[in-house]
Design a protein around this ligand. Structure first.
Ligand SMILES: NC(=O)c1ccc[n+]([C@@H]2O[C@H](COP(=O)([O-])OP(=O)(O)OC[C@H]3O[C@@H](n4cnc5c(N)ncnc54)[C@H](O)[C@@H]3O)[C@@H](O)[C@H]2O)c1
Ligand SMILES: O=C(O)[C@H](O)COP(=O)(O)O
Length: 533
């Protein structure tokens, strides 16, 4: 597969992709049409914060399976569009946390002690010792906005340097804050108590311009440090507040527009320290995020769960072997069930019985939905199948039962229609042998793969013979046949695994016989299921 890498990542990550046999194409300068052309045949796109991964880009990227963000922030990626296009978005949320926290600490000291300014003057030959009277961090209060991964690491470091910690984060528990020695408070209180305010939230509609002119004024004579994302602090208001002496200083690593405009007012204010988004730029952090993303790209290519997927079910690696067979079984069951249903789909129920009920089954349910929607939709996969259900108002439910009467594990996919519903059950026999064991209430024993015919007919002598001879005349080899009936002389259902496609005319010939109620032909491998009833 082609992996397009549009922001620089560590060589270790690129090597891992190459060693797995993929073509790695780097295009750090790509923009506009050139970027769209380059992504057109890419299976994966790997980015940092420098690439705008827009809806238009997804539209141009027909083969794209995954966008890997070698870092944390995904505000440059349209995740909604990725989901619509069935593309997994994954990031590397752990690898650069300590680097970002250390940079934040460095920026706090840089602003408090005017290190860059004094350094620049001394380099110019000026001994400006009398011009700088710094602020001690020890004994002052640090206000933390966003007590997530980076915020917590900053709390540990600056707390241990003697700062009092007060944090604003509506999504963190009191207990966790306590463990860090931080007091939780609302934003106003944080602003009124803090001398240093450090920002560690993602950029979201909720956090955009969270810190504007009014908030800065509350921070009276304090310092703002932003190593999270530009746009959370209003840059013009910040420049003015420092310039006017409302604040003592600021230190910024991230900006609303990057690269920062050389005409930005921030650059005109001496007490504003800036770095060009360097928080994650350490060798260790870059190697970590690059290899993490490479591994996730390889997992996506192999159809395995992607560890840090943001828009797809993810799964613990150690659980995957136990769950993997049921992913295919559920997809097949969904595919069969939907094709046996008459009328509109109103809901999909997936039931897990036995050992499988103890597992993380999000991916199995997503796969069942993929099976249900695949005959109806192009480009459906386990990423966008839950979205398709939601968009269409199709209710999805999961039920788990630890007991299973007949099987060690059983997965049942029920497609609920406006008038009727159809259930298909699958299991794994000993020796990892997958089987469809019930179709619409009939006990069968069919292989869930290849080409399949499900026939419903009246239970009379000669019908199976008729089906066999029509198939034989059409040159179709029957590999397996599983017949079940309601009552003697009632309705019967037979599942045939066949080696060749069953042509339209053969199906028509069967349907012309009154004893045949319906014939459904299903191709289980690949898109292009056809159905004839
Ligand atoms: N400068 C850099 O190079 C660099 C490096 C790493 C991370 N970052 C950025 O740092 C930020 C934090 O990263 P992280 O890994 O700690 O993320 P995280 O998701 O672990 O933590 C973010 C925290 O913000 C909180 N939050 C969300 N909305 C909030 C709101 N409206 N008000 C208050 N709190 C809110 C969340 O509850 C969460 O605890 C992100 O923006 C990330 O992109 C920058
Ligand atoms: O969100 C992140 O991971 C950091 O901001 C780092 O961004 P970068 O990978 O573009 O340096």
């Amino acid at each position: 597969m082609k992996v397009l890498v549009t922001d620089p990542i560590a060589e270790a990550g690129l090597d891992r992709l190459r060693e797995a046999g993929h073509e790695v194409v780097t295009g750090y300068e790509l923009e506009g049409d050139a970027l769209f052309d380059a992504v057109a045949d890419a299976g994966a796109l790997v980015v940092r914060s420098g690439t705008d991964v827009s809806r238009e880009l997804f539209e141009a990227a027909e083969d794209l399976v995954i966008v890997g963000r070698a870092g944390i922030g995904v505000d440059n990626i349209d995740i909604d569009a990725a989901t619509d296009h069935g593309v997994v978005v994954a990031n590397a949320p752990e690898g650069n946390v300590r680097a970002a926290a250390e940079h934040t600490v460095a920026m706090a000291f840089a602003a408090a002690r005017s290190i860059p300014q004094a350094h620049a003057r001394l380099k110019d030959g000026e001994w400006a010792k009398g011009d700088y009277l710094g602020t001690e961090l020890n004994g002052t209060t640090l206000g933390i906005v966003g007590l997530g991964r980076v915020g917590q690491e900053v709390a540990k470091r600056l707390g241990s340097l003697g700062m009092d910690l007060v944090a604003y984060d509506p999504y963190i528990s009191e207990e966790r804050a306590d463990q860090l020695g931080a007091e939780l408070a609302d934003l106003d209180e944080v602003l009124s108590r803090a001398t240093f305010l450090t920002i560690h939230t993602p950029l979201t509609p909720e956090t955009e311009n969270l810190i504007g002119e009014a908030e800065l004024a509350e921070l009276e004579d304090g310092y703002v440090i932003n190593c999270a994302r530009g746009g959370i602090v209003d840059e013009a208001a910040l420049a003015a507040a420092v310039e006017d002496g409302v604040l003592a200083g600021a230190a910024l690593d991230t900006f609303a527009e990057e690269p920062l405009d050389p005409d930005s007012p921030l650059l005109d204010v001496d007490e504003v320290v800036v770095t060009p988004h360097l928080g994650a730029s350490t060798g260790a952090a870059q190697e970590h995020v690059a290899t993490s993303i490479a591994d996730q790209v390889l997992a996506a290519f192999a159809g395995e769960p992607v560890m840090n997927a943001l828009n797809a079910p993810s799964m613990d690696e150690s659980a995957f072997p136990r769950v993997e067979p049921y992913i295919d079984i559920a997809e097949t069951a969904g595919k069969i069930a939907v094709q046996l249903l008459d009328g509109r789909i109103e809901g999909v129920e997936v039931t897990y019985e036995g050992d499988i009920a103890d597992e993380d089954i999000d991916l199995v349910t997503a796969s069942a939905l993929k099976g249900v929607f695949e005959p109806l939709e192009w480009q459906v996969n386990s990423v966008n199948a839950p979205r398709i259900a939601e968009d269409r108002g199709i209710e999805v439910s999961e039920t788990k039962r630890r007991q299973s009467d007949d099987f060690q594990s059983l997965v049942t996919v029920t497609v609920v229609g406006s008038e009727d519903s159809v259930s298909v059950c699958g299991t794994l026999f000993a020796g990892d042998d997958p089987r469809i064991v019930r179709v619409d209430g009939y006990r069968v024993d069919a292989i869930p793969g290849g080409k399949m015919v499900v026939a419903r007919n009246t239970d009379e002598p000669g019908v199976i013979g008729l089906i066999g001879s029509v198939m034989g005349d059409a040159g179709i080899n029957i590999a397996g046949m599983y017949n079940a009936r309601e009552t003697i002389g009632g309705e019967a259902l037979t599942v045939y695994n066949v080696d060749e496609e069953v042509p339209e005319d053969a199906r028509a010939k069967l349907l012309a016989d009154d004893r045949v109620i319906d014939i459904t032909y299903i191709e289980l491998n690949g898109i292009g299921n056809s159905r004839s009833r």
